[in-house]
Design a protein around this ligand. Structure first.
Ligand SMILES: Nc1ncnc2c1ncn2[C@@H]1O[C@H](COP(=O)(O)OP(=O)(O)OP(=O)(O)O)[C@@H](O)[C@H]1O
Length: 253
């Protein structure tokens, strides 16, 4: 794989109490590409995703061994700043979760916390972020309306805009389309492909067509292990492992 790596795990293991949820995961996430994580329910996809920006730190029972590197630096090193990591590695969840504020305030919230006060600067960030999330045309005349008045698909794009507003390098997406209809899903998929021009996207999905359509690389996980990681075309057309083939041809899962 001749790509530069932005995120990497080396022999990563994670336990929730006695449950060994991730087993010896070594993966390299290529920069400015879309990587999909697929596999049957409970195989550890969301857990691995949450490790990348230390969201698993918030779960008391979880314990990890091994290394996770972001741009070559260990994210658990003593000097690592977890808030800076979560700013650079944003996350979008399954269910859109905008704040109970206006569209504008949802996007301006992060930059404001980081000290941007000037209205002109905030206006510019809001516009750029909404454009980046393909929501500007639909939202520009209603910026001060409640975000919760948007449709589900628009709310999800607003959540993407909110993460773009703090200038991330990576966007983690945990089944971002599972609550959306096919039209809203298609819009998010187009957006994911476009986002990869400037950002790295890692997406967990149950939808194999989505992984095939929207990703450059795919990792197939099974029972806590990364069975295979390769270019998406290779995984779907000529997988190296029988287990992968059985999964993508619908023989289990
Ligand atoms: N917060 C948690 N506390 C304890 N155990 C957890 C927690 N989250 C996940 N697990 C366990 O870790 C394992 C992996 O779960 P995870 O959610 O990462 O899988 P997944 O592949 O994303 O599943 P799904 O596709 O169903 O979302 C499962 O056995 C699950 O029960």
């Amino acid at each position: 794989m001749d790509e530069s790596t932005i995120l990497e795990t080396r022999d990563l293991n994670l336990w929730y109490g006695q449950n060994h949820a991730l087993i010896d995961i070594s993966i390299r996430i290529p920069k400015n590409r879309v990587t999909a994580l697929i596999g049957p329910s409970g195989c550890g996809k969301s857990t691995l995703l949450r490790c990348f920006n230390r969201m698993n730190d918030l779960i008391d029972s979880s314990r990890i061994t091994g290394e996770i590197l972001f741009n070559g630096n260990g994210i658990h090193d003593s000097l690592a700043d977890v808030y800076a990591i979560r700013e650079k590695i944003g996350m979008v969840f399954q269910k859109p979760n905008p704040f109970q504020k206006s569209i504008y305030e949802n996007v301006a919230y992060g930059p404001r916390i980081h000290g941007v006060r000037e209205k002109k600067a905030l206006d510019r960030i809001v516009e750029e972020s909404l454009k980046g999330a393909a929501l500007w045309d639909e939202a520009k005349d209603r910026l001060h309306e409640p975000a919760l008045a948007l449709s589900g698909g628009q709310q999800q794009r607003l959540c993407i805009a909110r993460s773009l507003a703090v200038e991330p390098e990576v966007i983690l997406m945990d089944e971002p389309c599972s609550a959306l209809d096919p039209i809203a899903t298609a819009k998010i998929e187009d957006l994911i492909i476009r986002l990869a021009r400037n950002y790295t996207v890692v997406i967990v999905t149950h939808n194999m067509q989505q992984a095939a359509r929207a990703s450059d690389y795919t990792g197939f996980m099974y029972m806590g292990k990364l069975v295979e990681f390769d270019m998406t075309t290779k995984i779907f057309e000529d997988p190296g492992e029988e287990l992968t083939e059985n999964y993508i041809t619908g023989r289990f899962g």
